[in-house]
Design a protein. Structure first.
Length: 279
């Protein structure tokens, strides 16, 4: 008998989806240089975050993603029972995250976006964003009533918050992030630059509630225009684009504005991209 079992363990569908969701979060965190976000260079505009904490947070969410996918497979259809099961599992996952990070909100937005997409991928792998939208449109009767910072800001500025983004089927991902990711790959920008360009494409149009909360409409305009300037200069694979990216980083840091909403949607983008051929 061998001391090591060299046979790879066969993963269930729910386990594979949880792996992909965690990988997407870790890949988003590792991506560098992201403007004013935690990356391999440092903590961006966050005094309470660092890369190791982002990794630990992402890994702490694996059981939650697995349980969400299992709930989708067990219940088998879009409806209030699944929506409320996902809400309960998400709130438990958030508590596990906060226990890991000692109370720091690292991935609350990502729990919502990737949680819906993980469940949707288990249910309808050929119509993920549409299925996620149908789930997001249902009201969880047990959801806590206090509004998140993002929801407060969305209401104040009339912006599309994380809830509305999901209810519309993640247009920032399907119409901005994924097309730019594929375009930059076709242009041989290199995978890291293609992912940076996808993030920037999301930033050009997103009313990022994290930026609005910290820096208001001035910060949002700086983010959107600066991201567009990088892409107009040729993207992050070019010297001119790199200079614009550095300038955007400095501008957002000066405003203490971090595009955390765009980062969550990049993780969603990478998750959907990975699903092609993975299931």
């Amino acid at each position: 008998m061998h001391a090591f079992n060299l046979q790879p363990k066969t993963l269930t569908l729910a386990e594979r989806l949880a792996d992909l969701a965690v990988d997407a979060l870790i890949d988003e965190a590792d991506l560098s240089p992201k403007p004013a976000l935690v990356d391999r260079r440092g903590n961006g505009a966050h005094s309470d975050l660092h890369l190791g904490l982002m990794h630990a947070s992402a890994l702490s969410l694996w059981p939650m993603f697995k349980e969400m996918a299992e709930a989708a497979l067990d219940i088998g259809e879009v409806g209030l029972p699944l929506r409320e099961a996902l809400g309960r599992i998400g709130r438990e996952g958030e508590q596990a995250m906060l226990a890991t990070t000692q109370g720091v909100n690292t991935h609350r937005g990502a729990i919502w976006a990737l949680g819906l997409l993980t469940a949707a991928a288990a249910l309808e792998p050929r119509a993920i964003t549409l299925t996620a939208a149908k789930l997001a449109l249902l009201n969880d009767r047990f959801a806590p009533q206090p509004m998140s910072h993002g929801a407060q800001v969305a209401q104040r500025y009339g912006a599309r918050g994380a809830r509305e983004e999901a209810q519309l089927g993640f247009p920032s991902v399907t119409q901005r992030g994924l097309p730019q990711l594929h375009k930059s790959r076709r242009e041989n920008a290199g995978e890291q630059n293609a992912r940076l360009d996808a993030l920037l494409a999301i930033m050009t149009d997103l009313a990022d509630t994290c930026v609005l909360y910290r820096a208001g409409t001035e910060g949002l305009a700086t983010m959107q225009q600066g991201a567009q300037a990088v892409l107009d200069a040729g993207g992050s694979a070019t010297l001119a684009g790199r200079r614009q990216l550095h300038e955007l980083d400095l501008q957002l840091l000066a405003l203490n504005a971090s595009p955390g909403g765009a980062a969550d949607l990049l993780a969603a983008c990478l998750f959907i991209d990975r699903l092609d051929g993975a299931l």
